[in-house]
Design a protein around this ligand. Structure first.
Ligand SMILES: *Cc1c(COP(=O)(O)O)cnc(C)c1O
Length: 397
């Protein structure tokens, strides 16, 4: 079939039809996403930088300077002066880059030429994001999954037991994807110093909340570069940072870690490239920079705090209604189930009432992420619906 050209009017009409099938954040019905409505300023700035390609940054010196500032500002939230890093497509790319740095560092230290002759191992918590499975497949290392303790955090004793001469990295998570829990980063940092192993912290979700919540007295565990063993941190502006997708960050303590994964890029103005993708959005950097300036620490403190207030409100209400909380929320994620309702039935009934929730795998539970687009009124409606759902099951069984 020939792809005939059409008028703009037709194109917009058709796109509107497609878009009408998408859910909107503003409906309050999206309860299981780690993304949110981007701030209007971030959208506006994005449009202004659509032509900017950081993969060829010799042509875009201005945007390159913006990226440099973004990395420096975000690193300052994470207690690091003189950071090295990149604004990339998201937590996945950032984690793959970190694992690539770790593997290449190990190869360099151990003078290994062929990466396929040794069974490299990476220690991750059972709660780690699936991006590490992609990294494992792409980079050819084995994942050693560590069991969680009663609070769904990485169990330190198992970490110690599982370190061996093939371990190229340890990964800890600050804000797990399923339950928002923070692994014992201080202890993991100490272990990685003692054993001289690369230590990566995945704070894709928690990185834009934990520092700000601690500023206002939440007393969450320290997860940042003030722990000397931390080699790199993943942090996503397109989650709690209110920036438009795609915007993730990888921040490194040392320049070496970035140099170890750079390859020559001869036909471009920039002669080295370390990111996974080639042509790379400069708009992501510009939009993130705009949000960092616009929100300031004060804005991010208020945002994180309001999400936590809503989270605690939801958790208390669920508890009062006889639901089980998987664990007390550390960040703005709540996992719950009901002692008398089969979990799959519970999820079906909630979705039948037009809510989009997600699920956790360990343990199996309904997972609610209280992002900035979810307001108090949405939670009230949700609780009201849950009461009805509960009645249906308790009466008929
Ligand atoms: C969301 C998330 C990721 C993946 O980030 P993307 O931006 O979706 O690629 C990685 N790690 C954690 C802990 C996450 O929550």
């Amino acid at each position: 079939m020939e792809n005939e050209p059409f008028e703009e009017e037709y194109i917009f009409k058709k796109l509107k039809e497609f878009k009408s099938k998408d859910l909107s954040y503003s409906s309050g019905r999206i309860l299981g996403s780690m993304c949110s409505e981007p701030h209007p300023l971030s959208k506006k700035v994005y449009m202004d930088f659509l032509d900017s390609n950081l993969g060829d940054h010799g042509l875009f010196e201005g945007t390159k300077a913006i990226e440099y500032e973004v990395i420096n500002i975000i690193a300052s939230f994470l207690s690091l002066d003189n950071p090295y890093g990149k604004v990339v497509t998201g937590g996945t790319e950032a984690n793959i880059m970190a694992m690539r740095s770790a593997r290449n560092l190990y190869k360099e230290i151990n003078k290994i030429k062929n990466q396929f002759i040794k069974p490299f191992e990476v220690i991750i918590p059972k709660s780690a994001h699936f991006s590490f499975k992609k990294a494992s497949d792409m980079l050819g290392f084995k994942l050693v999954e560590i069991d969680l303790d009663d609070e769904y955090k990485m169990d330190i004793e198992y970490v110690k037991e599982n370190i061996n001469k093939n371990t190229i990295a340890i990964v800890g998570v600050a804000g797990t994807t399923e339950l928002g829990m923070i692994d014992p980063i201080e202890e993991l940092s100490q272990i990685s110093i003692d054993k001289n192993i690369y230590f990566h912290v995945d704070a894709a979700f928690g990185g834009f909340s934990i520092p700000f919540l601690n500023d206002i007295g939440y007393n969450l565990p320290n997860f940042d570069f003030s722990n000397d063993g931390v080699s790199s941190i993943t942090i996503d502006p397109h989650k709690m940072g209110l920036t438009a997708i795609p915007a993730g960050c990888i921040i490194y303590r040392k320049k070496d870690y970035l140099d170890l994964i750079s390859v020559d890029s001869p036909y471009l103005t920039s002669k080295k490239q370390s990111t996974i993708v080639g042509t790379r959005s400069g708009a992501a950097s510009a939009a993130t920079w705009a949000m960092l300036k616009y929100m300031g620490k004060k804005g991010y403190r208020e945002l994180a705090n309001s999400c936590m207030i809503n989270t605690n409100f939801l958790a208390d209400a669920l508890f009062k209604e006889g639901f089980n909380l998987v664990t007390k929320p550390q960040l703005n994620i709540v996992g719950f189930n009901h002692p008398k309702i089969e979990i799959d039935d519970l999820i079906k009934a909630i979705e039948y009432k037009s809510w989009k929730v997600s699920t956790t795998t360990y343990p199996k539970a309904v997972r609610i992420v209280i992002m900035p687009h979810i307001k108090h009124t949405h939670i009230m409606e949700f609780i009201k619906d849950l009461k009805e759902v509960k009645k249906e099951f308790i009466n008929t069984n």
